[in-house]
Ligand binder design. Sequence first.
Ligand code: ASP
Ligand code: MG
Length: 452
Amino acid sequence: MIVAKFGGTSVADAAAIRRTGEIVRGRLGRAPVIVVSALAGATNALLSAAELAASGQLVAALEHVSQLRDRHLATISELLGSGPEAHELRAETSLMFDELAHLAEALSVLGFATPRSMDAVASMGERLSAPICAAAFSQMGIPSVAVDSRQVMITNDDFGRAAPLPAQIAAASHAQLLPIIAAGKVPVVGGFVGATTSGITTTLGRGGSDYSAALFGAALNADAIEIWTDVDGMLTADPRVVPGAQLIEHLRFDEAAELASFGAKVLHPSTIAPAVERDIPVYVFNSMRPEAVGTRITFEAPPCTVRAIAGKRGVVVVRVGSPKMLGTPGALRSIFEAFDRYRISVDVVATSEVSVSLTVDDDPSLLKAVEDLRGFGEVAIERDRGIVALVGAGLGGSSPSMARALRAVGDERLHMVSLSSTGINLTLIVDDAQVHPVMRLLHHEFFGGASA
Ligand code: ASP
Ligand code: MG
């Protein structure tokens, strides 16, 4: 069996849901479990409604609710027409919107929203979309059953970012999903949403549907997980920066993780970790172009020199130097602790015996951390820097790629260079304004195509 997850744009409206239904039809031979997001934009609209209500703007909040209601009801009519199924689903949907309107009223009376009440509201998007998709697929001749994700995605009560309880999820998925598959039907579950063991609604955090798919895939030991979105997959560079960026057909999980930390937004690898840890391959596909190859992410992948080039602007370099550090155990730890104290995450590090250079995002608390660091010696801050990273499992060891990359950047001013110990990431710190030109240069060197 496989788990196929369809993001908000893949279920945005009736046409998208039908397109998704055709993709599901093409997978019937593989016993698919379908995970769906809320209709595109619905979660944002729900959260704004909750915030408006809690800040006393009930009329505006109810306006959001009624727009969402109209949108969902219109989608149902377009998909199912006016038969008895359509009638029943419209009635169920209306009831959920009544519940939502009551929630909004309650929030406006209270004047504040707790994480728990925000989850009750945010969960509505997927609780609405799953029954609509299941009904639409059934109407298309694909017998499907909507499953309330709160019966299967069991979590702790960390509202807003609940942690899944894998053993409970496995037991519940086996009990609830497998019988549906055994009966020759397709289970359709909302992503993102779960419930505590006592049944209180939770969510996994924004964008959590990928995580749901990976968790169900791991729980059911799926043969594959498919993430259907609105781009072709992961690319060798951001196409807005490098016009000749190419699709990556296959990459390693750790490579994908490196790319994500540089803002590759296709999917966040930490969310698919439960699947990858079990050696379940994860595919990224475009639901607008189902025939395209997509990207495959696995624990191991065929070797390459450079898999992709990423960049990040607006980075700050902090340099701490002091002869006192020479032979002083624990100096590095204390330096990192200073950043940790203000929850500033450090990206790239280079050290010598008497100095440490590191990069951080420009953060309002940076100056506080720097104050603390003055205890160690000289601290210098360089703003207007950026990171260019070459990511690829072939960069380590005695690979000539590193020398090749350095030759390719020529006279470029490099403020730091770092090769990660696992050798999958060569990082160059350049002037902020040079991030994009250097990305294009390196992309040309390793992937060909235009250099500027
Ligand atoms: N609908 C949720 C969100 O927008 C979860 C998801 O789409 O993955 O955050
Ligand atoms: Mg999404």
